[in-house]
Design a binder for this molecule. Sequence first.
Ligand code: GLN
Length: 485
Amino acid sequence: MINASLKQLSQALAGKQISSVELTQLFLERIERLNPLFNAFITVDAEKSLAAARSADARIAAGDGGLLTGIPIAQKDIFCAEGWPTTCGSKMLANFVAPYDATVIRKMERDSGLVSLGKTNMDEFAMGSSNETSFFGPVRNPWDSERVPGGSSGGSAAAVAARLAPAATGTDTGGSIRQPAALCNLTGLKPTYGVVSRYGMIAFASSLDQAGPMAASAEDCALLLNSMAGFDERDSTSLERPPEDYSRDLEQPLNGLRIGLPKEFFGPGCAAEVMAAVQLALAEYKKLGATLVDVSLPNSHLSVPAYYVIAPAEASSNLSRFDGVRYGFRAADYGNLDEMYMKTRAQGFGAEVKRRIMIGAYVLSHGYYDAYYLQAQRIRRLIANDFVEAFKHCDVIIGPTSPSTAFKLGEKAADPVQMYLSDIYTIAVNLAGLPGMSLPCGFVGGLPVGLQLIGNYFAEGQLLNVAHQYQQVSAWHQQRPAGLA
Ligand code: GLN
């Protein structure tokens, strides 16, 4: 059961081979035993999870369960979940208990009957690529505990990789689903901006943030996306579209598929061994009937600089609400209101978050707004247009997810620019609002390599199909870290 796919778990639950309570206990027992090795969870509440499992069992018994009813799942600690501590990886929210459910949580728990196993560790306010900025300590990669799991959804990635949960939620502002998926041998999907509601998901950079699934396979991700996606009137950027079955096209053959290879993703800057694994995957795709087309994303070298103006600008605005008055942490000693604000924010936020707030306030300030913020928005448009042009010549774009495999804890922590470059292949996708995926495509020195697929707007179903077909002929996604029985 520990290594079973969601479909297998669904069948086992429907066939009464196991109850949701038993399944939940199985994973809770693993979390208790193995989480100390990885620090993947910030909060576990066995009572709450088991209560949810009992009601899932009742739903199954009454015959009104869905495909996912009773399946346990880990939730990134960025989603407000009623009655659960919701910390966003920060001291600022260390004692905050959410009074309501994020739409993603409501849909997954209440509508689909998924059972939340706990809240997973993450970079503070989702700012990072290694999970080292968490107030609750770093997460360790189950493939090598001296290495990072990636970030910011590193807790979710480590939890699924170590099979402390069959699947998890993540969020992706610049790569935070895809990069940790790549570093932990998972399949992860960032949907088109607006497909999944952001209501109740703690905001980092609102024009870029999107939630999505992280699991072993594309098939699992499709089932989860069916549960997560959909119009929500409580999110003004949610898109009103007819509901879609993201599993529908999984079995489509890939004959005639045109795969675009942006020359900018295949230049120097990517580790040679990572590139070799990507090339082998492309050879598999050719065997599956795809043709490879050269394309170009000429402005992609500007994506990291543009992102590090836009994301901090939005973050500085979003994080102004953490002021010690409304909720969350408040400094203990202060003489007046100004001092209360200053001490609260000085003590409540970590170094990376403060760096972003300062950059954001600077680029939005009078006199610099035009030079930095407006300019970055113009570049954002150029980057989006590059994709429009590329998709005239291909159906999907493929390249590496991350320029390297998992790096050592501490290796990049002191050098923000090196850390920022971990997302060099993922960030443009968020700036353009496109869907993107990462899927396992091999190993280098025992560490997983991720293959990135980028689709046109609303092509989630197609991306999942393209990933699933590869996973029918490759077994990378079935590999598990050794020694974690
Ligand atoms: N690593 C990027 C950052 O630090 C992206 C994070 C994310 O996608 N949440 O901003």
